[in-house]
Design a protein around this ligand. Structure first.
Ligand code: FES
Length: 110
């Protein structure tokens, strides 16, 4: 991890309004492109087996494929049942046309 950053994917690999699951040696992440701004959350739904990187994205929220729960992509907060527990989120760092994160700086909304 050069500079303490972990490279997740090329920016161009995620069209606007879409999500992508990125698997790495340390964890699986969901990377989102909201109008050209990138956001990163844990891939695993806090409710169960859903992969949030599979989307879909609706109005700034990701809908879990498993049971239809939702999360705010920017904050990680659960916004629709059955999800109640917030996701871990990371600030996306854009460098060399790619999305990176500082893995140690992940946080969970209050
Ligand atoms: S696993 Fe995501 S809503 Fe149940």
């Amino acid at each position: 991890m050069p500079g303490g950053l972990l490279r997740l994917c090329a920016m161009e690999s995620i069209p606007e309004g879409q999500a992508r699951r990125v698997e790495t040696a340390v964890a699986d992440f969901a990377v989102f492109n909201l109008g050209g701004a990138f956001f990163v959350t844990a891939n695993a739904c806090t409710h169960g087996p859903g992969n949030l990187g599979h989307g879909p994205v609706q109005g700034g929220e990701v809908v879990c494929e498993a049971h239809g729960g939702r999360f705010d992509i920017r904050s990680g907060r659960a916004t629709r049942l059955p999800c109640t527990e917030a996701l871990m989120v990371w600030e996306a760092v854009l460098r060399d046309d790619a999305v990176w994160i500082d893995f140690a700086a992940g946080r969970v909304a209050d």
